[in-house]
Design a protein around this ligand. Sequence first.
Ligand code: BTN
Length: 261
Amino acid sequence: MMAFNTSWLEAVRPGRRVGHTIEAHVSIGSTNDRARELLLDGDADGVAVVADEQTSGRGRRGRVWHSPRGRSLAVSVVVRPMLAAADAPMLSLAAALAVAEACAPVAPVRLKWPNDVVAADGRKVGGILIETIIDGDRLAGAVIGIGINVDWRRSDMPNDIRDLAVALGELAGAPVDRIVLLGRVLDALSDEIDRLERGELPLDRYRELCATLGQVVSTDGDGGATRGLAVGLGSHGELLIQADDGIHELAGGDLAVIGRA
Ligand code: BTN
């Protein structure tokens, strides 16, 4: 039987594009899986699914995402934005910007392309898993899944992420209220999706927050292995990498940051 935690409902955003309705679970497999059910089984739009803990949280590229009880913010929103299928990468960059904007009052964070939220030293504060449904040339719907490490000491983290992740509370040096943070994430996502639907691209604001540009990176990306300098973003949000044999355009894949040129 589903158990609900009504404390999260303080973060409801009446009348807003995202977060006017919150489904708040104590424990769930994956908020993305539940949000996907809502996307496929009805006409939900702007509904947020949040959980105190996920038992099968999913990360990008089939990885596990850890979200133990009370340590993180795990939320997935169902959206049906009026966007073309070709704009799906923009939704990903806009969601990353929204999460960074929501975290910024607590601690300075930056973005690792395409949508990791990172501390100044590169450790990962949060990640985003977007799953889309495309109908012809239209983006019929999307689940935007957001995981933020909030109150999690390094010593309590699993070995596989201990040196790679950091919690927002540790960066802030003070406890972070997850319900307030959720409210800010929902506000920022609403603003970003409103902007996208008005045709305003997030590229300039994304560039300003992007810690990847100017770094030497290597990738096993969808188009093969590449190593070079991240020099810019293309008009669809792809990462432009200056390699020995010319400019490569990376649309997706995993990226390792080697360091400054
Ligand atoms: C990544 O960086 O690999 C993406 C991580 C996304 C994790 C969030 S937590 C809420 C939502 N539910 C999931 O199962 N995954 C996303």
